[in-house]
Write a protein that binds this ligand. Sequence first.
Ligand code: NAD
Length: 437
Amino acid sequence: MKKIAVVGTGYVGLVTGTCFAETGNQVICVDIDTKKVERMRNGEVPIYEPHLDVLFERNIKANRLRFTTDLQEGIKDAEIIFLALPTPPGEDGSADLSYILGVSEQIGKLITDYKVIVDKSTVPVGTAEKVHATIAQNATCDFDVVSNPEFLREGFAVDDFMKPDRVVIGTQSDRAKKVMGELYQPFVRQGNPILFMDEKSAELTKYAANSFLATKITFMNEIANFCELVGADVDKVRIGIGSDDRIGKRFLFPGIGYGGSCFPKDVQALVKSGKEENFEFQILTAVMKVNEEQKTVLFPKMQNFFRGNLSGKKIAVWGLAFKPDTDDIREAPSLYMIKELLKAGASVTAYDPEAMPNVKQLLGESIQFATNEYEALHDADALLICTEWSVFRNPDFDQVGAVMRDKVIFDGRNLFDMETMNKHGFYYQSIGRGIKS
Ligand code: NAD
């Protein structure tokens, strides 16, 4: 059993804290958001993440998982302090380290015995050194700073955390290595590796992983755009190339661009880190450009269909979250589409299984929200699909057609096959598969 503090209780911190509690550790989560801490103390999970609620409840009941707004109280007894704080893009695109360094400064003033301080946030190469220097300004005791980037995916976070493909631990301290190795042992029982390395390599591993994945998606989006021009079917091409083990089947689905809190900011931050070293990441610069354009590819298709006049049209939107199984809307392509539709004078009625409260908070009354996917379709001139939630995959097309004013679907996630759409008499446009009407 280890005593652990997790500072920052968002998508990463809350999953980290809960999963460490689940393996028998004593965990205290610290957050400055008093409302969030209040909700968690009342047993409420403040984010939507499948399977998290069961673990959350169980570990609170077992007294292994507690919450506080007081950093001093949180770290007092902890041997390991995780920093799961935001690292949003600063104005110039570089990762904003003010949360991490601000908390590090406070930690330096508060610690009185040996602690392992762990960067769980995604941070640029050299941050562990900065965190170390910041804590050292005030600390009067021994401590180590470790880089332990997190690879969990929202929507699969609990599974990813409990059974990680690998755990990356960047430290050159044998003492910290031992502590971290023991902590992660229960998570790698199936034989997946704990990879020990230096701090800088660990920090870069995270950026390289996200940038590679963003590149893979973006590459496929470009192929999809070209498919449309030449009359090829991207689904066929996807399966054709994905069957090659060197390429792999995963992460090849084209769409209206990647979003979320990680890929956009991490690719941007790595490019910025490169610039600081007079190094140009040429591929990643192109990835960012192509992705920005990809978010816009469906809108002109809608405009064309309505002969340049979307004014007064009623558009139903299925899916708001940046991907399924999360309520996260950061950098979601749906937000771009909704903004353009409203600008063009259309009205929007949206449905998302989990993300509507977050969008409501952001957009207020400017759009309508439906209580289910069919309600959103009432009298709609077109349906726009922005997120591939499972619940949208197999609708009753007769009902869909019956409640819509016109049987028109713009699908940014390629949910339906062309034949089905044809059979049910829909005008259907998707990504990289030509037009069927
Ligand atoms: P988040 O915005 O969901 O959560 C951050 C939390 O930190 C919030 O609850 C906020 O109130 C709290 N906070 C801010 N300042 C604080 C302070 N001074 N003291 C205590 N708490 C404070 O962020 P997230 O999505 O969990 O991401 C955290 C880090 O993990 C980022 O660097 C991100 O890039 C990285 N990451 C995220 C994911 C993901 O899927 N979301 C995956 C891997 C890595």
